[in-house]
Design a protein around this ligand. Structure first.
Ligand code: ADP
Length: 461
């Protein structure tokens, strides 16, 4: 099968979150199954490309084509700057979508499947069924749209509609209009041949009012065409045994001792008392309401009072930057922080921490908890979306499970899960067993890639 993956972020070139990890790991997994894959992505100012050529290769032989546009992509941020979202995001990603078709012709790659991701590329399914409907080059092509987060839909004022470069009649509730505004994701949901999202649980949730972010009705209309495919983890990139960012690399066998060394170093880096007998909770993620920071604010004092330490890394909403800074001010011996996007610090936190806090209000899949398991940091999570699909309550008697879960979104319930975690922490044998089980857990990309192939085959049949 000939597959092109179009995405606004792809590891190792640009990343703000899990979308980039997925779009960097899925193409090689599909290639390993014998498919021919091409990737198209913007070339940002920050894209980490050494060669001047607009095509580089990943995996065995996957071409990555970069769409260059100095005005649109030659900026510091991917979607915005500290002042907010860029005002011309519709124009930027509309350009990207149109250009993707041209690039495919230039490289003579007539795809069976055009695999799009999130609103930035959701115009592509619309273009395929309208502007390119009669183009012989794309006659056999089918589009699949993967939704990584329903909260980001690409909503713009009506006057921008004409800049999409599609027919006027598509400004319609059955296409790109939503309450007199442009909604790009909605267009993709209606026009794509198939839809996927990144966990089975989230696939069900987005069809409900609570999680559908106002498009639940549109999604229910396509219920037959929606699949939930859990993300995998790239176990080569995320490998504590061979991680250039770690002072003390380790594997499952040596984790119990070596994680402590990583912890002592990180405590020093962050100005915290360097003590191996203190339970350390890590947080790595975008600083936004979705990631449960309002609940963390209420719980961080309780963790400090119980003698634990919490380390944060992240960037995002100003109010959460302030909240974390205030917590660090209140608890200088218990709360550490590095508030920026820093790959190295993220790896160090996964490695140093005993537990990983992920009380997301909703979570399409979540990679943080998967990475944490791989590094032997035991997740403490709210039971939602992909967290519900990947984290199972640890049972010390039967020695099953891989983390701690709370099911009511309240401070009391979260603290109870933290207390359970601390109880196990103080039972050295149990903690060792749990650490061992967590690190051996696998979320395989091969399995996920096979599921994507099934969806692709169904579109083509
Ligand atoms: P989301 O896609 O919603 O942001 P995920 O848990 O799926 O959340 O993926 C987050 C990814 O981004 C992980 O690879 C995580 O390590 C990384 N990440 C998030 N914030 C930072 C940061 N401040 N520095 C480095 N990496 C980060």
């Amino acid at each position: 099968m000939k597959i092109v993956l179009c995405s606004s972020e792809v590891v190792p070139f640009a990343k703000t979150g899990g979308l980039a990890d997925v779009c960097g790991a899925l193409p090689p997994a599909l290639e390993k199954l014998g498919h021919e894959v091409v990737v198209i992505t913007p070339r940002y100012k920050t894209s980490n490309i050494q060669v001047p050529a607009p095509i580089v290769r990943i995996g065995e032989n996957i071409r990555v084509c970069f769409i260059e546009h100095h005005n649109y992509f030659g900026r510091e941020g991917l979607y915005g700057d500290p002042g907010g979202e860029y005002q011309d995001n519709l124009e930027r990603f509309t350009h990207f979508c149109h250009k993707s078709f041209e690039v495919l012709k230039e490289i003579k790659f007539s795809p069976d499947i055009i695999h799009c991701h999130d609103w930035h590329t959701a115009l592509i399914p619309v273009l395929l069924k309208t502007n390119y409907q009669h183009d012989p080059f794309f006659r056999g092509s089918r589009s699949v749209l993967t939704i990584h987060n329903m909260a980001y839909q690409g909503i713009f004022p009506k006057f921008k509609y004409e800049r999409l470069g599609v027919h006027g009649r598509l400004f319609h509730p059955q296409a790109l209009e939503f309450y007199d505004q442009v909604n790009v994701l909605k267009g993709g949901i209606i026009f794509a041949h198939a839809l996927t999202t990144v966990s089975p649980q989230y696939a069900k949730e987005i069809q409900t009012r609570e999680f559908g972010c106002t498009l639940d009705g549109v999604l229910r209309n396509r219920a037959q065409d929606i699949s939930g495919i859990l993300n995998g983890l790239d176990y080569e990139t995320w490998n504590p045994k061979d991680d250039p960012f770690l002072n003390f690399p380790y594997d499952a066998a040596g984790a119990h001792e070596l994680k402590i060394n990583n912890k002592l170093v990180l405590q020093v880096t962050l100005g915290l008392p360097s003590r191996e007998d203190v339970p350390l909770f890590g947080f790595v993620g975008r600083l936004c309401a979705q990631k449960g920071l309002d609940l963390i604010r209420d719980v961080v004092d309780a963790i400090a009072a119980k003698g634990g330490q919490v380390i944060f890394t992240g960037v995002g909403d100003r109010k959460y930057h302030r909240m974390i800074e205030e917590a660090a001010g209140r608890h200088p011996h218990h709360v550490g922080k590095i508030l920026k996007f820093d790959e190295g610090i993220a790896h160090k936190i996964y490695a140093a921490s005993d537990f990983f806090l992920m009380p997301s209000t909703y979570e399409p899949c979540g990679l943080g908890q998967m990475i944490a398991l791989r590094y032997g940091s035991i997740p403490v999570v709210y039971k939602t979306g992909g967290l519900a699909d990947t984290i199972h309550l640890y049972d010390p008697i039967h020695k099953t499970g891989n983390g701690f879960i709370f099911t009511e979104y309240t401070k009391a319930s979260f603290i109870k899960a933290v207390d359970e975690a601390l109880k196990v922490y103080h039972q050295k044998d149990q903690m060792k067993d749990l650490l061992d089980a967590a690190m051996r857990y696998r979320f395989s990309w091969e399995k996920s890639a096979r599921e994507y192939v099934k969806v692709f085959e169904k579109c083509l049949s």
